[in-house]
Design a protein around this ligand. Sequence first.
Ligand SMILES: Cc1cc2nc3c(=O)[nH]c(=O)nc-3n(C[C@H](O)[C@H](O)[C@H](O)COP(=O)(O)OP(=O)(O)OC[C@H]3O[C@@H](n4cnc5c(N)ncnc54)[C@H](O)[C@@H]3O)c2cc1C
Length: 456
Amino acid sequence: MTIYDCIIVGAGYSGLAAAKSLREAGKDVLILEARDRVGGRVRTKHYPDGRYEDHGAAFLGVQQDQMYALAREFNIHTFDVPTEGKSVLRYAGKPFRYSGLIPPLPYLSVLDAALSVNRFEAMAEKIDLEEPWKSPNAEYLDSMTLEEWLQRQTWTKAAKDLFRVTADLLWGTSTSQLSLLHCLWFSKAGVNLTVLGSVKDGGQERLIEGGAQSIANEIHRILGKLVHLGEPVIGVDQREGKTVAVETTKATYQARHVIFAVPPPLVLKVDFEPPLPVQKTHLLQRMPMGATYKVILTYPKAFWHEEGLNGEILSLEGFLAYGLDVSPEDRSRGVFMAFVVGAKAYRFAEMDEKTQKATILKEFVECFGEDAAMPKHMTVHTMMDEQWSSGCPVAGMPPGALTTLGTWLRKPIGRVHWAGTELATVWSGYMEGAVRSGQRAAQEVLEAMKLGGLDE
Ligand SMILES: Cc1cc2nc3c(=O)[nH]c(=O)nc-3n(C[C@H](O)[C@H](O)[C@H](O)COP(=O)(O)OP(=O)(O)OC[C@H]3O[C@@H](n4cnc5c(N)ncnc54)[C@H](O)[C@@H]3O)c2cc1C
């Protein structure tokens, strides 16, 4: 029977990056993926007429060096999201057009929001990215939700609402359910809150030609039959000691090491022998996935540019929380994507698809005018109910989890190592974080193999 150097569970960007690094180091690897495709939370749907839609991740941002390096390696072009023209803010029942980073809110609200963002970013600066639980005042920061901090820090409703919609967008989870320490950590990992929320010089700066899954497909192509699709891992047995038995719905495989690169709560679906330490189990139970819908509207052209708009919408009310122009670079069609997030995504889930589409269309028309009323195509998509994501875009953490159990985030357990974007210390929650955590786990396996000597 083949004994692999490493079996990787999950062929999202994290698992693919881990496998690529280990292959490049000459190791025998196997990836076991539950879905019938690679990419995980990155999924590009192609249509017969040549158009494509990113139903999961789409944007690349500043300082995302590993993703850009992969794009270059596979000769995949990336291009800027348009920023010329005005953005739209929906607030107090009306759409307001504005330029730059400062939303057209009453003066006191702008001041309140700016001071709060400054304060938040100053606190985030002090967070230890590798070990956030060791940051100054970690226990205090982890003792409260982001909402509690907002109640103390801000005094206008608009500033609170700006933070709330930002949290919903970043984590798919409400401010009342997120630890302040966790939010500070995540923000610093993505440079800062301003960068996370920006298009130009920010997290949403560029798009990948052909869709965000195209790089994953290229890694799949070079790994070839080392990737087994449609094989969910259901059990891991490391009682033998020198090897680990990995059981899927189809077969059992042996490996010296295993890397789990799946969304945190999905680890709990796997049967471990011996069982995972209680600290790891309890940590995973405290990392629930968020709630997000993506709505994609396609028009013959990006008509909003003719009206001096860049295609960005931020809304403090209604269902459409944020939207951007995701048209192809040649602008051969106009494509707009909108997010429905957090608690509103749960309410959205209760509507039938026709009502969902009518709801978003109405709000989009309010912002962009009657030209928006007749899209050629409209797609409503979520990974919330997909068995192998169980929520999106990322997992959040409630108060107390990082300081009591954070040391178990990446700690190997026997021969099992841990990857996935939620465990990254740079651009955690993004494709970049996924790749980096996969590379880090691969490095960990290589070092363990060196230390293991002949046993390996
Ligand atoms: C709607 C949406 C929008 C987003 N927007 C952006 C964006 O614009 N930019 C950005 O950088 N990031 C964005 N993200 C986040 C980004 O998609 C993720 O951070 C990243 O893709 C996570 O990669 P991963 O490999 O860690 O996990 P995943 O992509 O979740 O991969 C895990 C893989 O494990 C598989 N799996 C799970 N359980 C098992 C099992 N038991 N056995 C075998 N396989 C298993 C899953 O099928 C999956 O393929 C977005 C996400 C969503 C959902």
